[in-house]
Write a protein that binds this ligand. Structure first.
Ligand SMILES: [Fe+2]
Ligand SMILES: [Fe+2]
Length: 242
């Protein structure tokens, strides 16, 4: 399947899920459908941001439509985060309605304005080549809990990024130190390494701080950097306790 057909198909699936959400009456059913919407949107965001949009930028430059699309993805992520905070509550409906309005606007611009330009700029062969790569990444992304990548992207957006990058995968476990059998000390020339989990612990602490920033924003805190009025949003919150 070519890249554009794949993206259109995913837009249709999300539209169907929004319809199902609207028709659902039980809170548990609504929560379940919302989680499906979120998983699909976060995985769709991954393939557009990581594969499709960079290919478009390479071929066509950072056009107004592409720049606006990237900003809109950040807004969608913020609404997904807020809706998820209201899972199981009455206010979930309001959040999903606003989320749908933003997604509908974004999809309409992509399908009616952006994709036709891409189809002119790209060869059919290139779109066919991108499709399977995007599909494979989508499968990988949708298999994971959407909340991790959502928090990661949103923290980057709040830190001022327009083009977010996926979190680095955890470092592979370091091989065991070669020990001298008698002395039980590392062999000469074998440098001691930090505990392999330290990197992961630091990454989790950073993610927690970013998450605190997002929560403070959701709670209505003024996150503007005091030295740069009107500058990019930067979390200014107390460190997490406990
Ligand atoms: Fe899209
Ligand atoms: Fe998009």
């Amino acid at each position: 399947m070519n890249a554009i057909d794949l993206l259109r198909k995913q837009h249709d699936k999300v539209a169907d899920l929004f319809d199902r959400f609207e028709k659902a009456s039980k809170p548990a059913e609504k929560s379940e459908i919302f989680e499906e919407i979120a998983a699909n949107l976060v995985a769709h965001d991954a393939i557009e941001r990581e594969i499709f949009y960079p290919a478009c930028e390479k071929k066509m430059g950072l056009t107004d439509l592409l720049g606006e699309a990237l900003v809109e993805h950040g807004v969608v992520e913020f609404m997904l985060y807020r809706a998820d905070e209201n899972l199981g509550k009455e206010a979930l409906d309001h959040h999903v309605t606003v989320l749908q309005e933003i997604v509908d606007h974004h999809v309409e611009e992509e399908e009616k304005e952006f994709f036709p330009r891409v189809e002119k700029a790209f060869s059919k062969a290139l779109l066919e080549e991108l499709g399977p790569k995007m599909w494979a990444r989508f499968q990988e992304a949708i298999a994971a809990d959407f909340r991790g990548p959502l928090a990661e992207n949103l923290s980057q957006v709040l830190a001022g990024a327009m083009k977010t990058k996926p979190a680095k995968k955890p470092a592979r476990k370091a091989p065991a130190k070669r020990m001298d059998a008698k002395a039980k000390t590392p062999k000469r020339g074998v440098r001691s390494r930090r505990h392999p989990r330290m990197h992961e612990v630091r990454r989790q602490r950073r993610a927690q701080r970013d998450f605190d920033g997002i929560r403070a924003l959701a709670a209505g805190a003024d996150l503007r950097c005091p030295r740069r009025k009107g500058g990019p949003l930067a979390p200014q919150v107390e460190p997490a306790r406990g």
